[in-house]
Design a protein around this ligand. Structure first.
Ligand code: CMP
Length: 139
């Protein structure tokens, strides 16, 4: 067990559906600490850079359009095994396969508009945190 940081995003659908508080409540209830937080709106170009690893996937254009369609909330979550804890709270990418009680099982009804994003490894977390937060914001 190690103290880790991970990047969490509440996607445009989560923000527009009024789920910011619900998502944050679940993170805090699970013991994750919010170390930084802001609301931003990505351009599609920003979203293309953020999701670069998916550039060959058929859903890349649609995903980057969706991610730039409205404001999102970006957060740094910290805690023991924060990456895995966050992924468990989110549930599987496809809400139909997400465990009951997870954020995606409870709220997502679309594989793309799936409410939240979370880093999938320590390396990705470092890159994704640095994409959204500068040195001053990292405290
Ligand atoms: P996320 O965890 O942010 O990582 C990539 C995103 O691509 C994913 O959540 C979904 O929002 C989106 N996506 C759309 N279609 C698919 C798909 N078929 N498989 C995986 N991810 C998809």
């Amino acid at each position: 067990m190690a103290i880790e940081q991970t990047l969490s995003l509440i996607k445009p659908d989560g923000v527009s559906r009024g789920l910011i508080g619900e998502v944050i409540k679940r993170f805090e209830a699970a013991g994750l600490k919010i170390r930084a937080l802001k609301m931003v709106r990505l351009t599609q170009e920003h979203a293309r850079v953020f999701y670069e690893v998916h550039q060959e996937r058929p859903f890349y254009d649609s995903l980057t359009q969706f991610m730039s369609s409205g404001p999102i909330v970006a957060m740094i979550l910290e805690g023991e095994d924060a990456i895995e804890v966050n992924r468990r709270l989110m549930g599987a990418t496809d809400y139909r396969q997400a465990d009951p009680g997870t954020i995606r099982a409870d709220f997502a009804r679309d594989i793309e508009a799936n409410i939240v994003h979370g880093s999938d490894s320590p390396e990705t977390a470092a890159t994704e945190i640095n994409f959204f937060f500068n040195a001053l914001e990292l405290m």
